[in-house]
Design a protein around this ligand. Structure first.
Ligand SMILES: *Cc1c(COP(=O)(O)O)cnc(C)c1O
Ligand SMILES: [Zn+2]
Length: 388
C-alpha cells in the first residue's frame, strides 16, 4: 500500500483510492521514509545496478521484487555532470528520453500507476510535463488524456498525439486548463497523473540528488541552483537531501538557490516577505491569462499550489530565491550555446540566476556549485528563443 498523508489535516489515504487531494482540500505528501541506499562506488561494475534512476529503487516506493518498473522505464537518469569552471558544474538533466528533467518524475509516477492497474490517466500541462507523462503512459500501455491551453504550440500537440495521447485544448488560463482536467478526472475513472499534486512525482525528481551524491563520490555540493515554477525539482531535491541527512549520508544541507523569471516570481515575493530581504524584484504585474509573460515559459507559474512547501524547502536549506530578466535569460542561453550546450530559455534562466549570484557574492574557491540544466534547446522554437 502506498500511503498519502494530508499536509493540512494529517489524515492518511491510500493512493490506490484515486483521490488526488484530501477531502479537506489539503495537498498530499507521501508517507515514506526509505533506509540508506546502496550507493555503488564510482567505477565499480554495475551488473546489479541499472544505468538509470532505478539504481536507487531502494529509496523509491516500490517493492523490491516489483516487475513493473522495468517495463515502464525508458532509461531516464544518470545525466552527465560537466565542469564549467573551478568548483562550478552543470548537470545536463535535459539528456532524458523526452529531453527534460520531468522524465524523472513521470517514470516513477507512471510506473506506480501501472502497478495500481490504472488503465486511463489524465495530465495537464502545455509543456514538458505533459509530453513526458504522455511518453511514459504510451510505454506503459495506459491511455492518456492531456489537457493543454488552446494556444499550446502545434509542435507540442503533434508530439502528444504522436505518443497516442488524446489532446484536449482548453481556452483560458492555466488554472482553467487544470480545472478542466480535474473535471474530467472527477467524471471518469481516470487517474490524475499530476506533476503538481501527486507526490510520487517528487520522489522521482529526488533521484537528481542521489545521482549527484554518487557522481561526487559520496558528497553533495555546497550550493544547488535550481529553477522553480511548480517546484517539482526543488521539492524533490529537498526530499532527497532530507533523506540523505536522515540516514547520516550527509551532515549538512546544500544551500538551495532557486531561480524564477522576474516577470513571474511568486516564490521570490514570498521569500522576500518571509526573510524581509530587500532584493530588487520588479513587480510582475502578470496577467494569468497572458500565455507567456516571459521567455522562460516552463517556470511561468503565477500561483503554484505548493508555494508554502517550496518556501519552506528554500528556507530550511539556508538558501535564497533570485529572479532574472528575459534579457539575462537570452544572453545566458547564447553563452551556454557558445560552450556547446544548447538549452531552452527556461533552463538558461537557472544559469543566468547563478551568474548574478556569483557576481554579487563571490564564492570562497573551496566551495562547489551544481547548476541544473533542465530542458533541451530543441524544445523551443529558435525565432523567439535567442539562438545565436
Ligand atoms: C517544468 C520545468 C521547469 C520547472 O519545473 P517546476 O517543477 O515547475 O518547478 C524548469 N525547466 C524546465 C525545462 C521544465 O520543463
Ligand atoms: Zn486533509
Amino acid at each position: 500500500m502506498t500511503t498519502l498523508i494530508c499536509r493540512s489535516c494529517g489524515e492518511a489515504d491510500d493512493l490506490a483510492g484515486g483521490a488526488w487531494r484530501c477531502p479537506c482540500g489539503g495537498l498530499f505528501d507521501l508517507a515514506f521514509s526509505p533506509g540508506a541506499p546502496a550507493i555503488r562506488p564510482p567505477g565499480s561494475t554495475t551488473h546489479d545496478a541499472p544505468w538509470s534512476l532505478w539504481r536507487y529503487r531502494e529509496v523509491l516506493p516500490f517493492r523490491s521484487d516489483s516487475v513493473i518498473w522495468p517495463s515502464v522505464t525508458l532509461g531516464e537518469g544518470m545525466t552527465p555532470l560537466v565542469a564549467l569552471g573551478p568548483g562550478v558544474q552543470v548537470k545536463l538533466d535535459f539528456l532524458m528520453p523526452t529531453l527534460s528533467f520531468k522524465d524523472r518524475g513521470s517514470a516513477v509516477l507512471v510506473a506506480k500507476a501501472a502497478e495500481l492497474g490504472v488503465r486511463r490517466l489524465v495530465a495537464d500541462s502545455s509543456g514538458n510535463a505533459g509530453t513526458s507523462i504522455a511518453a511514459y503512459a504510451a510505454r506503459a500501455g495506459i491511455a492518456a488524456d492531456v489537457f493543454v491551453p488552446s494556444h499550446a504550440a502545434d509542435q507540442k500537440v503533434r508530439q502528444l498525439r504522436g505518443f497516442g495521447a488524446s489532446v484536449h485544448r482548453v481556452s483560458g488560463s492555466r488554472s482553467d486548463v487544470a480545472a478542466a482536467a480535474i473535471d474530467h478526472v472527477d467524471h471518469t475513472a481516470s487517474f490524475y497523473a499530476s506533476h503538481v499534486y501527486n507526490p510520487l512525482f517528487h520522489h522521482g525528481t529526488k533521484t537528481y540528488v542521489y545521482e549527484l551524491y554518487e557522481q561526487l563520490d559520496g558528497r553533495l555540493p555546497d550550493t544547488l541552483v535550481i529553477p522553480a515554477g511548480n517546484g517539482t525539482l526543488l521539492l524533490g531535491a529537498s526530499i532527497g537531501i532530507q533523506e540523505l541527512l536522515a540516514t547520516g549520508r550527509v551532515q549538512r544541507s546544500p544551500r538551495l538557490v532557486v531561480v524564477q523569471a522576474a516577470a513571474c516570481a511568486p516564490l521570490a515575493h514570498a521569500w522576500r516577505m518571509r526573510t524581509a530581504q530587500s532584493v530588487a524584484i520588479p513587480d510582475p504585474g502578470t496577467d494569468p491569462r497572458n500565455a507567456n509573460p516571459t521567455v522562460a515559459e516552463g517556470i511561468a507559474i503565477s500561483a503554484p499550489p505548493r508555494l508554502d512547501q517550496m518556501l519552506d524547502a528554500v528556507c530550511d536549506s539556508g538558501g535564497a530565491v533570485v529572479t532574472v530578466s528575459d534579457e539575462a535569460i537570452l544572453t545566458a542561453r547564447r553563452d551556454l550555446a557558445r560552450l556547446g550546450i544548447d538549452v531552452e530559455p527556461t533552463a538558461a534562466a537557472t544559469f543566468a540566476g547563478w551568474r548574478d549570484v556569483a557576481a554579487l557574492h563571490p564564492r570562497p574557491p573551496s566551495t562547489s556549485v551544481v547548476v541544473a540544466l533542465t530542458g533541451a534547446g530543441l524544445k523551443s522554437p529558435s525565432d523567439k528563443a535567442g539562438h545565436p
